[in-house]
Design a protein around this ligand. Structure first.
Ligand SMILES: O=P(O)(O)O[C@H]1[C@H](OP(=O)(O)O)[C@@H](OP(=O)(O)O)[C@H](O)[C@@H](O)[C@H]1OP(=O)(O)O
Length: 434
């Protein structure tokens, strides 16, 4: 059966729990296909001299928080739901709850394949940089978050390269660096002001009580023929996530998907986007300011390559950095990508249907930000690829502008964006404050 026909219509609305294939559907036919024409940075005599790739881990299991919710939903369906439809009967008699608490966000086999295949596609795009020779002579550096799903992803990425070149283990390593890949854990102002501050996600809570969400809850209760009060927003989300995980992990169009149509899915997608916007995106300045460390690290690498190429040799040809959706989103916001005119709020879903801050399109599993530095006849150029597709820097109308133009555009951040200053907690000293 054609694999594409087995994809639920709502698969494009799974937000940060979406498959990479939904963002790049051509990969469903050929997982290793690349489009080299995107690399023509619109100039002559260009040679790629450095690549930095900041990559989200691959497909993972649900976190324990969501596994518990899924178990509660499954129990409710088994004990209370009246099965009239075939799909509901399938949930009650054929499907079983196979997720267990110990899975807690760990990488799944599909997630390892996500990174193995991404490694091969990037090596195909940049054969002179992501090469066996550069791997052997230590010109490819691997950095990861300490979380198991990220460590397992970077190992899978390396396996993809070793398999491609039919090379036995060459003692590859990776450096764990949470200061870079989990910067949000070390930013006091973020921890106090957002992570541990319920009011920071007020719009998410308001949306949970919105008419749009109530409609989805009541529809689900009606389909299951259970009292409205038994279907909370958490259980609605658990059903939505079950559909997303069954597709992402097992490529199945699960019976759970029948609970939602595209209108319902757009409501649940917006709820997730509200969470990401207010916790990782433009909602609070500190969200993006906490990524200053990663921003400066990126441009320090690019600057070093730009300096070294003048002497004909770039010491670090490739940097592979593996993190989380919450690593990529704040950096994208700091650099001005996907900024809507209007903030995302609980009451403006209808006006935000065409929003640019849409995590389903930006950060699926294995999402990746790739920065390519070219040495061209007219100077150095920088190209940005998001999920293997070119994306212009904000307010720069060129697919690979001069590197100096990009540095100028980010001049204020390059000369500022001091992590310590941005993240320190301002403890009012009453004597001075008076
Ligand atoms: O809703 P869950 O518990 O899955 O949220 C996870 C994050 O998953 P996401 O919301 O991005 O789908 C997870 O991000 P990931 O990129 O590592 O998958 C994050 O690490 C984890 O802490 C949960 O985020 P939260 O903000 O703590 O809910």
């Amino acid at each position: 059966k054609d694999v594409n026909s087995n994809i639920p219509a709502i698969a494009n609305y799974f937000g940060t729990k979406g498959r990479y294939e939904e963002v790049n559907p051509h990969l469903l036919d050929d997982i290793l296909s690349v489009n080299k024409s995107i690399l023509k940075p619109g100039c002559t005599g260009c040679t790629a001299v450095h690549v930095t790739a900041i990559i989200r881990h691959g497909t993972r299991f649900p976190t324990s928080k969501n596994i518990r919710r899924m178990q509660r939903l499954y129990d409710l369906v088994l004990n209370e739901a009246v099965a009239t439809d075939t799909w509901l009967n399938d949930i009650k008699t054929k499907w079983h709850m196979w997720y267990t608490d110990d899975m807690d966000g760990k990488l799944v086999k599909k997630g390892r394949d996500d990174h193995r295949h991404l490694a091969v596609r990037l090596a195909t795009l940049f054969p002179s940089l992501i090469s066996e020779e550069n791997l052997r002579n230590g010109r490819i550096r691997f950095i990861t978050s300490s979380k198991h799903r990220c460590v397992d992803s970077v190992v899978a990425f390396q396996e993809g390269l070793l398999n491609l070149w039919k090379v036995a283990e060459v003692g590859l390593g990776h450096k764990i660096n949470d200061e870079l890949m989990r910067f949000f854990d070390q930013c006091q102002r973020f921890i106090e002001g957002v992570e541990n501050n319920k009011t920071a996600l007020e719009q998410v809570y308001l949306f949970k009580d919105s008419a749009e969400m109530k409609r989805v809850q009541m529809k689900m209760a009606d389909q299951l023929q259970v009292p409205y009060s038994h279907i909370t927003t958490d259980l609605v989300e658990a059903a939505f996530f079950l559909c997303s995980y069954e597709l992402a992990i097992k490529s199945l169009n699960s019976p759970w998907c029948n609970l939602f149509d595209e209108t319902d899915a757009q409501v649940l997608e917006y709820k997730n986007d509200l969470k990401q916007y207010w916790k990782r995106g433009y909602g609070h300045d500190i969200n993006r300011k906490s990524s200053c460390t990663l921003f400066h690290d990126l441009f320090n690498r690019l600057d070093r390559a730009a300096h070294e190429i003048r002497f004909g040799h770039v010491s670090e040809a490739v940097t592979i950095q593996v993190g989380h959706a919450e690593t990529l989103l704040p950096l994208l916001a700091l650099m001005g990508f996907f900024r809507d005119e209007m903030p995302l709020t609980a009451d403006n879903l209808d006006m935000q249907r065409g929003r640019t801050f849409c995590t389903s399109r930006i950060v699926p599993y294995a999402a990746n930000l790739v920065f390519v530095l070219y040495d061209c006849s007219e100077g150095l150029r920088l190209q940005f690829l998001l999920n293997e597709k070119p994306l212009n820097f904000p307010n720069i109308n060129h697919s690979a502008p001069l590197y100096g133009t990009v540095r100028e555009a980010y001049g204020e951040l390059l000369h500022g964006c001091n992590f310590e200053k941005e993240c320190e907690l301002h403890i009012p000293n009453h004597a001075n404050e008076l």
